[in-house]
Design a protein around this ligand. Structure first.
Ligand code: 1HN
Length: 354
């Protein structure tokens, strides 16, 4: 192969004998794989992909008939990227997505693990989660943080099922051999703080005197939908993003940084009919439609989305948003940007600008 102007490496019997001896000793010639190891730009194995909510919703609800909560303490269907091995539980090489359902009266018992988690509530009002002793009642559109190694249990004391998107960094944590997991000795951990106390304390640009904590994760447990949506509506035109429209990041108010050490999350709103500028980033991302409808074009795949459809944007894939309905298009998303930034690997560009 001399398309790159490099000298050819024609196989010969002598070379083949040499390679056999090299392989037998658990070695491999770097020169044979150098181009694959070091492409000029990221070439992730994850593929652009979409799960249509109208196709997967019946199976999510049927899961509650197929297994009891005792048999499946987290009743979740994982959204697996077709480009990645199933055993990685991966939606991108670093991010996991799954859809969880809890029926009235059920308890998802307390445990903790090193992967960080975020939840975006899709259906149902009145379920609760308790994270590190603070309980919050969940409603549609709420974003809930479950930082690394915090005890968490969920329950549903309402009269209908609750369904949410689980966003975790499982493939990253496994790649780093950083997985630890532990079960709490009881189904529920004790409630220690008043309901929503973290949101009331930290969610208003205020902090208690003497508070010097600045953890790598947000102190806020629940970012409720209505005020987040209202903040998007109120965002001045000067703060609109050319590729994302009106977009706000859920932040750690103590640092201004991402809500979790490895993942950040956003809510955005695109004006009806708007076509936004293409963009790519070295981070991988998962988008979920929330309101309205649109098209997210990812490396040439035009995914028409409706509420709760989930779309994978691989690292360095070019993507562009369009709002196609008569209503504004609202999307939730999360990415591995904080991990990439921590490793000095974050880049982005808007190809139109070069
Ligand atoms: C987990 O703990 C939850 O707490 C959801 O709801 C999904 C996926 C893998 C491992 C742990 C939860 C999970 C998970």
């Amino acid at each position: 192969m001399s398309t790159t102007g490099k000298p050819s490496r024609t196989p010969t019997p002598a070379r083949s004998d040499y390679f056999d001896r090299v392989h037998d000793l658990q070695m491999h010639p770097l020169w044979q794989v150098m181009d694959d190891l070091m492409p000029a730009q990221p070439a992730p194995k994850e593929k652009p992909f979409q799960w249509k909510w109208k196709e997967i919703r019946p199976l999510v609800h049927q899961a509650a008939d197929v297994v009891s909560i005792e048999e499946a303490p987290r009743r979740v269907l994982m959204l697996l990227n077709p480009g990645l091995p199933r055993e990685l539980a991966a939606s991108t090489q670093t991010l996991y997505a799954g859809i969880q359902i809890i029926l009235p009266g059920e308890i998802a018992p307390a445990h903790r693990h090193t992967p960080n988690a975020l939840r975006f509530v899709m259906e149902g009002t009145g379920a609760f989660t308790n994270v590190a002793g603070e309980k919050t009642i969940l409603g549609p559109g709420d974003v809930v943080t479950t930082p690394t190694w915090t005890w968490h249990d969920h329950g549903n004391e309402a009269d209908g099922p609750v369904v949410w998107l689980d966003a975790l960094d499982i493939p990253l944590i496994n790649a780093l051999s950083g997985m630890f997991y532990e079960e709490f000795p009881a189904k529920h951990q004790p409630v220690r703080d008043a309901a929503n106390s973290s949101q009331k304390t930290y969610g208003r640009g205020l902090r208690p005197l003497g508070e010097r904590r600045s953890t790598a994760f947000s102190p806020i447990l629940n970012y409720p939908y209505a005020p987040t949506k209202a903040a998007l509506e109120a965002l001045p035109a000067s703060a609109h993003h050319p590729s994302e429209g009106r977009i706000l990041e859920y932040v750690n108010p103590l640092t201004g940084g991402p809500i979790l050490p490895t993942m950040d999350a956003y809510l955005q709103r695109i004006d009806p009919g708007a076509t936004l500028r293409p963009r790519r980033r070295s981070a991988s991302a998962i988008f979920m439609g929330v309101e309205g409808k649109g098209t997210l074009t990812v490396d040439g795949h035009a995914f028409a989305w409706e509420p709760f459809d989930v779309i994978v944007v691989p690292a360095w894939a070019e993507y562009a948003h369009r709002a196609t309905g008569s209503e504004p298009a609202v999307l939730f998303s999360y990415t591995n940007t904080p991990t990439m930034r921590a490793l000095s690997l974050y880049r982005e560009e808007s190809p139109e600008r070069g």
